[in-house]
Design a protein around this ligand. Sequence first.
Ligand SMILES: [Zn+2]
Length: 68
Amino acid sequence: MAVFASESGQWAACRKCTGLVRKRDWKALTNRAVKEFVKRHRISKQEVTAVRAQLAEVDRLFAEHMKP
Ligand SMILES: [Zn+2]
């Protein structure tokens, strides 16, 4: 789906994440990504905090470049 203001680039996501993007529910999207990451990788609580911060930044940047 072309969603970026620059008209370049595309994104893809599973059905549930797509719903969160459409609702612009960035907090829920980040929480979902963190939950999935933790499920797939054995990491410490401190690492979870760092991963959450990184994924929140990814979502923030994604939101910043979406069409208004
Ligand atoms: Zn997803």
